[in-house]
Design a binder for this molecule. Structure first.
Ligand code: MN3
Length: 221
């Protein structure tokens, strides 16, 4: 998805609206993807319509280098660009008949960086449930190769802080209110049943490659 450039399109949902039942319900998926995600894409395109210098750029480049955007549209790029990218990343990190313990490279890194799945899961859950208001919980890899669990407000993306997202969880009320009402902790507990560890492993490989790219680009400057 890093290759997509303006005008941006709503990325296809990689499964049907009811695929994540009973953990994430069909009605929430219909509204969350079809209304919320679509609105971020529409508003991003509207915001940068009159800013041709941003048109050749991919969404990841826009978010990584937010200060490239003129001051007048920077907040729109942060909010709607973040909303566009974050949701595609969120859908791709889940799937039907997933969840359980991490596998492959994800299992190795969870063990070496966090001391095992139980510790990782408990820390991530704590950050996701403890984040005040709307936002996201993330597993990120820093450019130095450290693994961290952080949260961001609104649609802010760790790319803007120079970090590579590995796994993200939407904790806006719109992500869970229809099924779980105010019980964010129940939503977070259910979400673990749909985490796609194969996607996580692929992202770990990609983050490693990007880190090498970034180092080479810095050295070439
Ligand atoms: Mn959302």
């Amino acid at each position: 998805m890093s290759h997509h450039a303006a005008p941006f399109e709503l990325a296809p949902l990689p499964y049907s609206f009811d695929a994540l039942e009973p953990h994430i319900d069909r009605q929430t998926m219909i509204v969350h993807y079809g209304k919320h995600h679509q609105a971020y894409v529409t508003n991003l395109n509207k915001a940068i319509e009159g800013v041709p210098e941003l048109h050749g750029l991919g969404l990841e480049d826009l978010l990584r280098d937010l200060y490239r955007a003129p001051a007048g549209v920077r907040n729109a790029v942060r909010n709607y660009g973040g909303g566009t990218w974050n949701h595609t990343f969120f859908w791709e990190g889940m799937g039907p008949r997933k969840g359980g313990e991490p596998t492959g490279l994800a299992a190795d890194v969870v063990r070496s960086a966090f001391g095992g799945f139980a510790t990782f899961q408990s820390k991530f859950t704590q950050v996701a449930t403890g984040h005040f208001g709307s936002g996201w919980a993330w597993w990120v890899r820093t450019p130095e190769g450290r693994h961290e669990i952080v949260s961001t407000p609104n649609q802010d993306n760790p790319l803007t802080d120079g970090k590579f997202p590995i796994l993200g969880l939407d904790v806006w009320e719109h992500a869970y209110y229809l099924k779980y009402q105010n019980r964010r902790a129940d939503y977070v507990a259910a979400w673990w049943n749909v985490v796609d560890w194969e996607t996580v492993s692929r992202r770990l490989v990609a983050a490693e490659a990007r880190k090498t790219e970034t180092a080479a680009a810095t050295a070439a400057r």
